[in-house]
Design a protein around this ligand. Structure first.
Ligand SMILES: [Zn+2]
Length: 168
């Protein structure tokens, strides 16, 4: 581990987020193993919420998939690792900030990630999000209104439960 990864692990231990993640992983009956970069990898999560293939609490990355699929997706693991760093910087208040930002993004963009600075920092594509311009949500609410298409925007794409990441 790098000094930064040690520091992140220590911060998330002290701020209680990793303990919360381990408790959740245990209550949900996952199998938890040591992962790369000081992370713990919990696999086989079956609870309905959150609607996500993977999410992170402290240094614990929780996957619905089994260990081979979880560790075989380095892009998604990197995305979740950045969420772990966000916990280290903000502590448990990160959860309140994250869900507030997700709600704002849902109103502005029609999905919880495109306008969420925490998801943008973690990498929308790596998290399985299409990334949508703000106009997409507005045009959906007013179906009769014709709006311009922002270059690079994907107005036809929708956030669905297929997203691999659906939480911090
Ligand atoms: Zn994410």
């Amino acid at each position: 581990m790098t000094p930064g990864q040690w520091l992140r692990r220590l911060a998330n231990l002290l701020n209680g987020s990793t303990l919360l993640g381990l408790l959740l992983a245990r209550l949900a009956g996952t199998t938890t193993v040591r992962g790369p970069h000081g992370l713990a990898i919990a696999t086989g999560y079956t609870w309905k919420l959150p609607f996500a293939g993977a999410f992170t609490v402290g240094n614990v990355v929780i996957f619905r998939a089994g260990p081979e699929a979880a560790l075989g997706n380095p892009a998604l693991l990197g995305h979740e690792e950045r969420h772990s760093t966000q916990y280290a910087c903000l502590g448990l208040p990160f959860l309140v900030l994250y869900f507030t930002a997700a709600g704002w993004s849902l109103l502005r963009h029609g999905d919880p990630a495109s306008g969420n600075p925490f998801e943008r920092h973690a990498g929308l594509e790596a998290g399985g999000y299409p990334g949508r311009p703000a106009e997409a949500a507005r045009s959906r609410r007013r179906p009769g209104r014709v709006t311009g298409r922002r270059p690079g925007g994907r107005p036809g794409s929708r956030w669905t439960s297929r997203n691999t990441d659906g939480g911090p």
